[in-house]
Design a binder for this molecule. Sequence first.
Ligand code: AMP
Length: 473
Amino acid sequence: MQGEMEDKCGIVGIHAKDSSKDVAPLVYYCLYALQHRGQESAGIASFNQEKGFKHYYGMGLITSVFSDEEIKNLEGNMAIGHVRYSTTGQSKVENSQPFVIDFGDSFIAMAHNGDIVNSDELKKELMDEGFYFRSDSDSEVICYMLKKEHYDNKKNVLEAIEAVCKKLVGSYALTILIDGELYGVRDPMGIKPLAVAKRQDKFILASETVAFDVINAEFVRDIMPGEVVHFKNDEINSHMLESAGKCKLSHCMFEYVYFARPDSTIDGINVYKTRMNIGAQLHKLYPIDADVVIPVPDSSIPAAIGYSRASGIPYGEGLIKNRYVGRTFIMPTQEERELAVRLKLNPIKDAIKGKKIILIDDSIVRGTTSKQLLDLVKEAEPAEIHFLVGCPPVISPCYYGVAMATKKELIAANYNTEEIREQLGIDSLGYITIPALVEAIGMPEEKLCLGCINEDYPTEIPEGLEAETYYKP
Ligand code: AMP
């Protein structure tokens, strides 16, 4: 998208009341639990009044970026962290987060999950005023806007955040270290998730509740759309943006369908339960006579269980995933890419041969994965293949941070279901419908962003804004 990068990422922020405590190790564990939200880079910024500001980041998985030594060096009773998702062509260390501007006696550090659709325009305004940018990141734009409002225009932090958010169009969940305090912000549409938990004298902000579970913190609540929280003493101080409650809520449905971990609960709705419901809804729509229901591991396991329970058809594993295949190695040739699929997934021939199978996957985006996957399954010689998909046809790009693909690449934007079935060479293909998905999530349709499946976006999309494609071996 016009040189900007999209951020479907994981963010964390921790504040401890006791200034002698270091919270970076806890941030590290939270990021570890959010690794599924981004494998390209990871970073932590920490602060304490006496020891000042520290920052460390690098490319790759959290375990390869941080050693014990680096975590120890990140002293401070406040810290924020970030894991970054990969998109094609944006893999560079300058885009790692938290994003930091350090100007001697003060600093701003920010971790951002989301995508600002008018960032080109905002960046241009700042560049005209003499601001210099070192990354392609939207987060850098937000950081400089905040610097301008707080340090140059002398607004207090809350007023500065208000002024910045007024100009932002798009999605953002933010954790910010500014003026030696921790703030959390969630955009007024609530597109990206953000929640808060407590552990002894600490408050923890994180994209998903699974991060709280791993550090044994107690979930307090979701941050409300349009809410700014900051932590002082032992309290959550809350401030609502002027725009809160004045725009359409738009929680991203894809968090429930694919992106979030099933053991997370987002905006009061458990992801695992939603995926089980998706399976039951698929059975209602497509009551197929088959011998076994097989998931594409791991994300489709709950949906396959849901289908199996609703239908009485046994659930069975038919594909085994190699959990040690990283997402970040580069395969330049088609042959190597095919090899990568085989490295990642291998069919259990005995479980498939001669059987009528229902294979369930969470989504079809470009269709390349399904094609390769089904070729593998066919080698195991099933009698019939019925492929069911837990996301309605993705017909339009996401501009709010889920780098799916451009319209040209999206298979369902270019072919109808029958044509796709034919291309995949299977007996039947069934997508969940939008009403059935909405029912499975259990949230009124008006509160969801369904832009990628119905082209009804919650904001204006600037003309010429290009979508990005996610990167996957
Ligand atoms: P494809 O149709 O080849 O684009 O691949 C679709 C598969 O990739 C889905 O079954 C998901 O498991 C996964 N997937 C879908 N959307 C994304 C995304 N935005 N980022 C990463 N993986 C995705």
